[in-house]
Design a protein around this ligand. Structure first.
Ligand code: UT7
Length: 324
């Protein structure tokens, strides 16, 4: 049975950088009070990138995929599987993955979206790894991409300051050596209400609530608990320990979550890739964006062991342990 290995990464951000100060000033024009101090103290976020109206998830996803393919020195025609993790698809259908496929000029690859909110990339990567290990694909592009700003209620200061837009991608190839060493996915649908965008297009209109709603404290507690459990379990499955991990790349939702997690796992914070300060929470894009950032700035080196973790709406969570 072949293994799968990450052979290239890429990422894309929309050009409009919005600092906490910019956002606070904008919200103040609508009598909504927030501040850089509050946002930094409670979340560690200092800025986010926001797509202009009309910019679609497929555009960011395509940019990230092109950079990942170039990094891997793989031609788009060689790709036989495209998976996009997103909660903000361009359309109800076709899938965003099919739109990316058309943009890349690839024909014939299997292409579909995965919906697991902020765990989406970890779900998509595990799915692609399973395809490759089963011999059903040899070269996959796996993307996490979001225009989350399009589902935010900009009158709700409890959520609108937390998120940003972006995309990250990896190229995953069949390989004789690992690669991905272990992966675990989980969900608890009974907790669907703590984080949801419970709207739907039906009968010619949007039914339900078109905006993201969150019980922040419930999500916070769940996130720390399940990320801790999942990190221990996936490293154990691979016959390794957390001390073997060179870089922990958890979903980037809140610096306090990352700090709590590192402390619980007894992993020094210097080994945790942190991009939430720059990108805010980009949902399915956050882990591949962080991975690409830390590869390109030289922190993540070939041969190192990385632990990627997702957690979010559903409620969903999961971890992928990989040798770079
Ligand atoms: O990707 C999905 C995963 N999502 C997450 O992981 C999010 C997890 N949750 C969190 O990160 C935190 O719960 C939040 C950052 C969302 C909130 O932090 P918190 O420390 O739990 O604050 P809180 O919700 O308890 O609110 C504290 C106070 C409230 O005021 P009162 O009731 O104490 O007077 C809020 O109204 O802060 C107020 N508040 C704000 N103040 C200024 C809420 N949002 C803001 C804001 N600016 N943007």
């Amino acid at each position: 049975m072949p293994f799968s290995r990450i052979v290239g990464t890429g990422s894309a951000l929309p050009p409009r950088l919005v600092s906490n100060h910019d956002l606070a000033a904008e919200l103040a024009t609508r009598q909504i009070e927030t501040s850089d101090d509050w946002i930094v103290e409670r979340t560690g976020i200092r800025q986010r990138y926001i797509a202009d109206r009309g910019v679609k998830t497929s555009a960011l996803a395509t940019d990230a995929a092109r950079l990942a393919l170039a990094d891997a020195q793989v031609d788009a025609s060689e790709v036989d599987l495209i998976i996009v993790a997103t909660s903000t698809p361009d359309f109800v259908f076709p899938s965003t993955a099919c739109l990316v496929q058309a943009n890349l000029g690839n024909k014939g690859a299997a292409a579909f979206d995965v919906q697991a909110v902020c765990s989406g990339f970890v779900y998509a990567l595990t799915t692609a790894d399973s395809f490759i290990r089963a011999g059903r694909a040899r070269c996959a592009v796996v993307i996490g991409a979001e225009v989350f700003s399009s589902i935010l209620d900009w009158n709700d200061r409890g959520t609108c300051v937390l998120f940003g837009d972006g995309a990250g991608a990896v190229v995953l190839r069949a390989s004789d050596s690992p690669g991905i060493l272990a992966a675990q996915l989980h969900a608890d649908g009974s907790q669907m209400n703590i984080l949801a965008a419970a709207g739907n297009v039906a009968y010619g209109q949007v039914t339900g609530d078109p905006f993201l709603r969150m019980d922040g404290q419930a999500v916070f507690k769940q996130a720390v608990t399940v990320l801790d459990r999942s990190a221990r379990s996936v490293t154990k499955e691979a016959g390794l320990t957390l001390a073997d991990v060179d870089w922990l790349i958890p979903h980037q939702a809140n610096l306090r979550i990352l700090t709590f997690l590192a402390r619980k796992l007894d992993v020094p914070l210097e080994k945790v890739v942190v991009t939430v300060d720059r990108h805010a929470n980009t949902s399915a894009a956050s882990v591949p964006l962080a991975l690409d950032t830390a590869r390109r700035d030289g922190r993540i080196q070939p041969g190192q062991l990385i632990l990627m973790q997702g957690v979010g709406g559903g409620f969903t969570w999961g971890s992928v342990l990989a040798r770079m």
